[in-house]
Design a protein around this ligand. Structure first.
Ligand code: KIV
Length: 275
């Protein structure tokens, strides 16, 4: 059975942790689904790990729809959440509803995610009123990297911590079904988690959140441009891939690939008639 927003609510109620990973294509989504991951986020981290940008600012609606469609085809059970890219919701409530609708209708997402606290609550409310579940995202919000002055831990001063708590309450009141908390001290994330009725999904926010999310290329050791402190590498696929690419390169050049095993046959008589 497909996971839904009700699965998230039940997990919070029962104290069961929620697993979430990012994915951007069909075959990765299928593997995650088969592994029992509860939710797949088609993150706009796509900009960094798939498209090779320095940040997420240039990611477009078309990029997100294209990759969300692929992930949705692979995720039979996991709840698919699509990120709303930069400037697809900030300028107006109208933009927010139309673009969230596109991610659901064209991308087949089950829910959307957008970054921000109180300032985006009118957008969250309007999208939810249109029948589209919204996951909020507070703390380090990479689309605001130019205002935040870099990828820094958030909520470390009393004022910043109070603002984060208030933002969390705000997005819940606006109707968000969950909230991602990124790069926030563990004790603050724990306090927010205990105050909220909706589940918190942490990334760099310690062990007390109701769930965890990681970018899959980070946790598989496939992306080395930068690795935040909170990333645990569950495998070093980057090294395995490079070794495999090197072996293939050598075998093509020394003609040991393809061998008989990987080659189609034809009756010699047919070939002789062609000469
Ligand atoms: O874009 C993304 O992958 C995200 C996660 C890091 C939460 O927003």
């Amino acid at each position: 059975m497909k996971n839904t927003v009700l699965t998230f609510a039940k997990a919070k109620e029962e104290g069961t942790k929620i697993s979430m990973l990012t994915a951007y294509d069909y075959s990765t989504a299928k593997l995650m689904d088969e592994a029992g991951i509860n939710s797949i986020l088609v993150g706009d981290s796509l900009g960094n790990v798939v498209l090779g940008y320095d940040d997420t600012i240039s990611v477009t609606m078309e990029d997100m729809i294209h990759h969300t469609r692929a992930v949705s085809r692979g995720a039979k059970k996991a709840l698919v959440i699509a990120d709303m890219p930069f400037m697809s919701y900030q300028a107006s409530v109208y933009d927010a509803v139309v673009n969230a609708g596109r991610l659901m209708k064209e991308g087949r997402a089950n829910a959307v995610k957008l970054e921000g606290g109180r300032e985006v609550c009118p957008q969250i409310k309007a999208i939810v009123d249109a029948g589209i579940p919204v996951c909020a995202h507070i703390g380090l919000t990479p689309q605001s990297i130019n205002s935040l002055g870099g990828n820094r831990v958030q909520g470390k001063t009393e004022a910043a911590a109070m603002k984060l708590l208030d933002d969390a309450m705000g997005v819940q009141e606006a109707g968000a079904f969950a909230v991602v908390i990124e790069a926030v001290p563990e004790k603050l994330a724990a306090l927010i988690t205990s105050r909220l009725e909706i589940p918190t999904i942490g990334i760099g926010a310690g062990n007390c959140c109701d769930g965890q999310v990681l970018v899959y290329q980070d946790m598989l050791g496939m992306f080395s441009d930068f690795t935040p402190k909170f990333v645990k590498k569950y495998a070093n696929l980057g090294e395995l891939m490079t070794a495999a690419f090197k072996q293939y390169d050598q075998e093509v050049k020394n003609k040991s690939f393809p061998s008989e095993e990987h080659t189609y046959k034809i009756d010699d008589g047919i070939i002789e008639k062609l000469y």
